[in-house]
Design a protein around this ligand. Structure first.
Ligand SMILES: NC(=O)c1ccc[n+]([C@@H]2O[C@H](COP(=O)([O-])OP(=O)(O)OC[C@H]3O[C@@H](n4cnc5c(N)ncnc54)[C@H](O)[C@@H]3O)[C@@H](O)[C@H]2O)c1
Ligand SMILES: O=P(O)(O)OC[C@H](O)CO
Length: 336
């Protein structure tokens, strides 16, 4: 039994803690909001973010930052809070402990992947990223799930695999951190757009086209940034794209549906009440597409809908009226 810390006490941090206990460990689940933590301690459940999952004694919800002193630390805060979280926990970290980012997003303004943010803030710590089709609501109930863990050093990825893999939670190692992180971040944009389509007037053909062409532009940008095309056809790419574009648990899909039904963005985000990473990801990916000179028509139209007041039906028309294309042109897998 190892002592592991999970920083971030929302739905994913809570599900990761449950997983770690099933894998035989003792967990400090650390949050910064005392009301959230007190409620969790009292109810033995995270009623706010992951209702229906009993928290066993091996999980200690706490606001005490000293509890970050552990063999490994999972970071499960929203992407916009990763840098400030790293700064907050840095003084309490055990020297050389593995840091595992589980948030799916990119840093606004810098366009950095979150592992790069952790590397900048926490030099000397091995960094890994965990991503793939894994809704907290299902992981919390021990539903069979498979994910990828990537690190620059295979030994680090294998150490995380050893730490968290169970008979219900299968972990594949990967050395392509860029591909795994870009897959996990960019699929949220496509899920948001799939939801928008649903909200307009659901049509199956249109959604299949959006998901497929969404994967094509995710791959194009990811490969331009140094990722491997194969990763986008794996769990952290198409796997996560499928679950996020189809699951009723998806916050991005739900937000998209409300946007498609005509609700304003701020009202939608308030209603969902949990982090909707696709909104920020759209902004960052749109900027990255310009920086790398990559065509990302779906992301561009999503940007215009979210931030410039374009209507979803105009956005769809814009996509359909683009110039004629060859299906595999500009695909990363051919561009190697
Ligand atoms: N929920 C899932 O199914 C799931 C699965 C895989 C990955 N993720 C990723 O995990 C990350 C967290 O998502 P979530 O679903 O747990 O979000 P959530 O909305 O359920 O919970 C967010 C948590 O972060 C806390 N928080 C907010 N700002 C903070 C800050 N500045 N410092 C510390 N804590 C802060 C909140 O209090 C809350 O406890 C996201 O990047 C998401 O994409 C989520
Ligand atoms: O609920 P979402 O849309 O934030 O997606 C959660 C996970 O990333 C699914 O793998």
């Amino acid at each position: 039994m190892k002592k592991i810390a999970v920083f971030g006490s929302g739905s994913w941090g809570t599900a990761i803690s449950l997983l770690l206990v099933r894998a035989g460990h003792k967990v400090s689940l650390i949050g910064i909001f005392s009301d959230e933590i007190e409620l969790m301690k009292r109810k033995k459940e995270n009623i706010q973010y992951l209702p229906g999952c009993f928290l066993p004694d091996e999980i200690t919800p706490t606001t005490d930052l000293k509890e970050i002193d552990a063999e490994a630390v999972f970071v499960s805060v929203p992407s916009h809070a990763v840098r400030e979280s790293a700064r907050l926990i840095k003084p309490y970290l055990r020297p050389g402990c593995i840091m595992i980012n589980t948030a799916k997003g990119l840093e606004e303004n810098t366009g950095l992947r979150l592992s790069q943010v952790l590397e900048e803030e926490l030099p000397g710590h091995p960094i890994a990223v965990l991503s793939g089709p894994s809704h907290a609501e299902e992981v919390g109930r021990d539903v069979v799930t498979a994910v990828a863990v990537a690190a620059k050093d295979i030994k680090v990825a294998e150490a995380v695999q050893d730490l968290i893999m169970t008979s219900k939670f299968r972990v594949y190692t990967n050395l392509d951190m860029i591909g795994v992180e870009m897959g996990g971040s960019l699929k949220n944009i496509v899920a948001l757009c799939t939801g928008i389509l649903d909200g307009m007037n659901p049509k199956d053909n249109t959604k299949a086209a959006l998901m497929t062409r969404g994967l094509a532009e995710m791959t194009r940008l990811g490969v331009a940034m140094g990722g491997q095309p194969e990763t986008f056809y794996g769990l952290a790419g198409i796997g996560d794209l499928i679950v996020t574009c189809t699951s009723l648990h998806s916050r991005n899909l739900r937000a998209g549906r409300a946007l498609g039904a005509g609700k304003p963005l701020d009202e939608v985000l308030r209603e969902v009440g949990m982090v909707v990473e696709g909104v920020r990801a759209t902004k960052v990916a749109f900027e990255l597409s310009k920086k790398y000179g990559i065509s990302m028509p779906i992301t561009e139209q999503a940007y215009k809908v979210l931030f410039e007041g374009l209507s979803p039906s105009e956005a769809l028309e814009n996509l359909m009226m683009r110039g004629k294309k060859h299906e595999t042109e500009d695909m990363g897998i051919l561009g190697r």
